[in-house]
Ligand binder design. Sequence first.
Ligand SMILES: [Fe+2]
Ligand SMILES: [Fe+2]
Length: 360
Amino acid sequence: MSTTLEPDRLVYLRDELLASGSYEAPLISGGVRCHGGFEADGRYRSPRTLHRAPAIAAWQARLRREDAGLIEIPRSLMPPQYPNVAQSTLLLRHDVRDPIVRTLTIISIVEGFGAIIRDVKVPELGALVVEPVEGTALAHLGEGLFEAHARDESGFRDEGGHKQMWEAARDLALEKPKIPGDVLMRMMGRNASRGRRPERPYPMIDETLERMLALMAQVLVVEVFAEGTFDWGVELLSNPEVSAAPEAAGNMVRFVRADEKPHVEYLRTALSELRARTLRTMDGNTIAGREVVDGMLHRILREITKNRPREQREDIRESLIAAMQTASNPKALLEEFDALESSWTAPGRTGFEPERTAAA
Ligand SMILES: [Fe+2]
Ligand SMILES: [Fe+2]
């Protein structure tokens, strides 16, 4: 790749951050042309990483040179997937497929929703941040990074993205199963009942900036936690005992997992850059970027570690028990299923606790 000649480069054009370069062979699954492709040695290379990958590495190297920390969301905060691999395998062995079809379909729909990131309004950062932002991931959010992310998730033009790749993995492993008609409706109902707080925890900063940061923090946490879901998908769909296409379906999820890496990396880089800077407030004062970024991450992590295990369970439990009725002994199956449940307790701290007692 030509970009290895200039590994320190910090400024990129939008078209460069969206460029994939050429592949030896495209990724095609179940007749669907997907993004990404294969190198001459057979290795998969994620889409739009020709310049994006070295760019992110260069921005991270700059953070290290400037002694600014890179945000790390600890894996210990990640609740286990429900049903876990052992439970899912048990269900498929008993030919109870509906809960797994449902889970895989939900994942593909959520991936497709990722396209909303391209609609995030990026404020004039030069006016809102005290220190310069040239040559950072921050300066490239609206200049290719959000757009590349959106294309990866929902596909672009004639190329499928993660939405189509998860559908392909599901259809390969479970041989084009019948999709329950109420998946999307249930998801919508659930989100509506959980509600969205239009609340502004940092009303002293520019509202567009606050919205953008809140969404980035939320998406970062979702992307990091998705790693657990992807590990689950790889393990389950690669198991020849329950998957009709262990290699192709498992690989499809592996490719998606590889594509997520730049998402986690650019988001944590940009948030770390902002965390090392100072924000202007609407009243002419300033606030440390660290206070805002850590505060947002703390709120999101506290909420998700507290509620997600229960929500995941509630989402699927009812249809799970209904689906088990097709087994020869539903009661025994449910008992065996519940005995396999992963035990997990949310850690007491998120690691992003506010230093001061205010605005927790
Ligand atoms: Fe994705
Ligand atoms: Fe992603």
